[in-house]
Write a protein that binds this ligand. Sequence first.
Ligand SMILES: [Zn+2]
Ligand SMILES: [Zn+2]
Length: 840
Amino acid sequence: MERYDPAKIEERWRRVWDEEHTWEVPNPGQPGFDDSAPKYYVLEMLPYPSGDPHVGHLKNYSIGDAIAHYRRRNGFQVVHPMGFDAFGLPAENNAIKTGEPPRVATERSIEAYRKTFDRLGFSFDWARELSSHEPSYYRWTQWIFLKLLERDLAYRNEALVHWCPVDQTVLANEQVIDGHCERCGSLVEARQLEQWFFRITEYADRLLDDLDTIEWPEHVRTMQRNWIGRSHGAEVVFRCEELGIDFPVFTTRPDTLFGATFFVLAPEHHDVERLATGTEHEDAVREYVNEAVRATAEERGAMEREKTGVSLGRTVTNPVNGEEIPMFVADYVLMEYGTGAIMAVPGHDDRDYAFAMTYDLPIRQVIRPQMPGSGETAAGVSEDAMSSTDELPYLGDGDMVNSGRFDGKHNREAYDEIVAWLESEGRGKPAVHYRLRDWLVSRQRYWGCPIPVVYCETDGIVPVPEDQLPVLLPEVDDYAPKGQSPLAAATDWVQTECPKCGGPARRETDTMDTFVDSSWYFLRYLDAHNDEAPWDRAAVDYWMPVDQYIGGVEHAILHLMYARFFTKALADMDYLGVQEPFARLFTQGMITRDGAKMSSSKGNVVSASETVERYGADTARTYVCFMGPPDKGGDWTDESVQGVHRFLTRLWRLKEEVTERMEAVGGDGAGATGKAGQLLRKAHWAIDKVSRDIERDFGFNTAIAAVMELVNETYLLKDDLYGDPAGDEALRFATTTAASLLFPFAPHLGAEVYEALTGHRVWEDPWPKADPALLESDVFTLVVQVNGKRRAGVEAPAGASREELLDLARADSAVRRHIDGKEVVKEVVVPGKLVNLVVK
Ligand SMILES: [Zn+2]
Ligand SMILES: [Zn+2]
């Protein structure tokens, strides 16, 4: 008996798939395209190539590959591409440290990834491979930039931006985690700079509403909803009469307007300077503002932070009651939310309340809770207790007080009336605000896609004409950022000719956020070698949307939001026919090791290639799908890897035994009874279970467990089945079925065992179908007679053998009473019906 040698088996099948280009799939109109088959686009988030792939990659791609194989064998035309998100900071930081050009390090990593992916036998269509750092790709990233610019969806503006002092670059809001740089962990600073933005806010409503049209995990949709943060309220205008300046504020609580006792501007508000200049507060204000902008938004917004501020010595008029209320600058008000100014209602807001307590400002209650059940106000019952500021701030609903003609009304009823009244007075209007900000896309870094515009003294910003794309990334000697992009040092490259007037012009030296590169790669796969256009419309119309997208939940906001925005913008320009890129999303859980998160600092990272070298690709792949429900995390232990390896070895040995001990037999054992029937039913049960588990939310772990059960059952029954034609057929069928069902997870072993038993290539055969007749109730009532007289009815497994039925019959106590002490002279067995024992 040959021993299970994964390296040998896996190499053999890899070569077949590679030489025959098995997993390549044509586009519409190309040879071999199947018009009749339904399409399926399965996609895993493309990796950022850095170092070696780890087991997180292994899990991501093993899940996707299982789906791809399953769909192919169910008659779908499947596209399953792979590529690399190659621009980005790690390669650039390495370049700064070692002087090695980012391209060299990146391409070395890509090689390592490709090698590991090849060794794992993933069924990627490599003919569609792309890498975002190649000019043939980023040429079209630049093209999309120009299209967005044409539609006014890309614009340049001065903005207060998050600046990482270590990476020397601007960060998007989303890249600031608790006030720290997502990449290097440094405390982020605020800076005023000219930057490129994409107008994603234009799509806020559609990005929100269309979440209802896609099959995504609810928690991911919730994260996107919160990020967009749509809130309904009113814009109310407060006026500083002294200087004649109007200050619009956005509030979700116009019903509390009568409780506004002061007014606060964010330190960055552009009117702060003007308001303070020439007053006795000027110096204090300037000092405070300088101090405040250094803190991060998250620190400043934190509830527990001590509220600080400084008086402006000015007032604004509250439009509802004409009161003059004092103005402050305070850093708990953030410029990036609302209008950078708020009406402060300390009676009904936590932060305003804390500020009012610190600065001894008036606190006025304008809403009182209703007593439960009575409809009477609590204040009416116990005036003193409820009007005491001890009960404030009060955040709930109730009846309005201290609110002029709205007194006594329920605050929810008064809400619309107040807004309508403000509107009639020209001092306000209903408004919707969003937390979502425009996407800041420029980076002062080298290793990214150059932004295709030039600056001309005469013409200003001039887009590089499409026929001059790509704007190639120039070679430089020094990758270290110095407050501007290292590209600025490439003088010959920077100095150029204006495409419009031919005069001298200067190239944009910023590069694009790498999230731009990954916002459209799923489209390029569909026509990766097109030199004339970013994609062929027919190909994209056929394949899009992605039917199943698979990746980590850490991309729930940024990448997925940006890709959705690009898809909608491109659809609006009629380059695409779909509104959403990813019809279904699956987020896999994180792998821990022995209960701890893997990290290079702890030295407990499991490398994918090491596992493969030790146990083979099939064990590694099957293990990551088996270690737990794939959407949950899983804990990597070497013992469990060995357990999966033993299981695959058992299947291999079964194949060896079955092929050696048995003449080649055909048929599927249909109609077999007894133990052969029992095994057949087990095999059909496994087909049904595995199919349903894969279809249902990625129940890979239970699907693999079902194949293990089938293999165990086969081991238990095999010695009783050899030699009997029906038994041989059942054995062969069960082993073949196990190989066939395991193929999506362990493709090499699956193909090997399947071929040895059938002479077929498993991926060319359809996915097995369970016979419903064999899935039907697997027990029946066995009638037991003694000397022709019914003595018992015993539950027996359908298809139980003659011996099993006799054992069951003899075990029944009623039957025993009639046969004990007597000699059984004859046993009559009618399978599936009855046993008659003749005694004397
Ligand atoms: Zn940083
Ligand atoms: Zn010009």
